[in-house]
Design a protein around this ligand. Sequence first.
Ligand code: SF4
Length: 621
Amino acid sequence: MAKFRLALISMPWPLANRPSIQLGTLKSYLDYKTPDVRTDCYHPYLEVGNLLGIKEYNSIAERTWMAESIYAYLLNPKKRPEILDLIHKEHGPKSQESLPDVKDISTQIHRLHQRQHFGVDWSSFDLIGFSICLSQLTSSLYMIRQIRDRHPSCRIVVGGSSCAGELGRSLLANIPEIDFVVSGEGELPLLELVNRLAKGNLEGGDCPGLLWRDGKGQIRGAGLNQLPNLSDLPTPDYTDYFRELSQQPRLGNLIPGLPLETSRGCWWHRVKSGSVDRACRFCNLNLQWHGYRSKEPAQVASEMDKLAGKYSSLKFYFVDNILDSKKLDKLFKCISGIERSFEIFTELRASVSRRELVQMRKAGVTQVQIGLEALSTRLLRKINKGTTAIQNIEIMKHCEELGIQHLSNLMLGFPTSEAEDVSETLNNLRFVMSYQPLRKVRFWLGDSSPVALHPKQYGIRRITNHPYYQRLLPNSLADSLSLMIKSYIGDRTKQKSLWRPVAHELDHWQRQYESLRREHFSAPLLSYRDGGDFLLIRRRNPGREMESFRLRGSSRAIYLFCETRRTLTKIHRQFPRFSLDQLQTFIADMVEKRLMFQEAKQVLSLAVNEEPHRVLCDPEE
Ligand code: SF4
């Protein structure tokens, strides 16, 4: 019997230097589950990367609206003037980069697809699947239309983070070229769809996670269908990506990083009786999943070993929303046990301890994104982040010390934030200027995030799709699709002016940090060297002499004891010969000098060890 042929496509704009984990995972899962399916993966984003060059490609890929505009220009010729206007607006007058010539880029891309993809015999496939995640809406709609125009009998399924729940249902309801939607994670619904199509019997009863139109044009299906256990997942198969990459001459020097998932969902995001009971209020990253599942550490380490060996790459991107805090220690010990010098990127919560971070650094974690969001505990409570400002400052400090690059955000303009939140932020910013700066990110309303689900609590009167979609899509679609990025009527104008001083401070921090690091090379900007019975602390300042401080005897010991956050009670227990008042006087002096940070009863020393190898080699860590 001929094999069922499935094509999986990932259109621009994922970053070109990594394969699609969605495609790689589905391919390996289907191969493992059924010998009767042959899956071919296509990564047209590689060809577009080759066409534009990696720098220009990634510069577009990193800006969602810019990325969506390129294919909207092809998809929707009537709206070209509006699209060009949007691009000018998005580019902004202060941008350092030159304005992309959208007309020229879109024309080149269209010709590329004409040469490379329109001629493929798509009708030889029994099913064609598109993975639609961030910035892939217009590019996927463009290719779906092109394929269906040429091969009207092709069956098309879409899935990915932009197709979960109502988003996917609205795509199916409004775009006749789409035949099926996989809502939520893809393995089980896609396998079921393939089996039904192979048997020629779609009507095999409902299959959670799979939506389709029945003979009367009614949408059938709902819900999610997910693997009970991630140990059922084989190692992702990136063969097709690497084969395609080898055919792109301009990307010949690229050594791709390998995406890997150690878990799905988020343990902080908790649903009780059908509604979100606990989660970060802005977050909609968990629409695709119910509950949290993680792989066993040994499985992750073995996958890394296999993938590194097969593709000769050492860079890994953990794509998890959140690592499993209960398995963290074991996970990174298992990874350290492999004789390969990995470089790992992962997302983190600020609650990760210094000991865990040291373990991660030893295993090869060199880059992280920490879910910090704010430097005001008052605001963190409103966001329901479950962390505090001192925790955030502590992890920023440890990253600085261990040489871990962190690309973390400070969110401006969260609805209902108040002057007190801003002033707490401004105050706390003074204590972190010697650490890597946070990126300025304005709050945006995500579909089905807790804020969107409870708008009144946040002073929001009306929610619509973001108006940019009106410029990108035909009016009929922009009005009727349920889309990821929302706009709202609420307190936006007030928030913008409230947060202006913080935006200004963040720009200043960025400039100052970059210039000081250039001047002082690898030296941390606030650091210490330990003399055994005294401590030398140095602060490198912009445009003036370096400040030095010497702490002797007990002052040194207290300062080192507060290397991690300590409560006053613990400090007192450790140094009982001092009264609480004496300790508080010493700490207040250190805070005044911005050498320590205090929040309520917790205290943290801010200077980092100038010799991080001592921390990494310390058997106690
Ligand atoms: S922001 Fe991160 S920690 Fe918060 S709910 Fe979303 S995934 Fe979970």
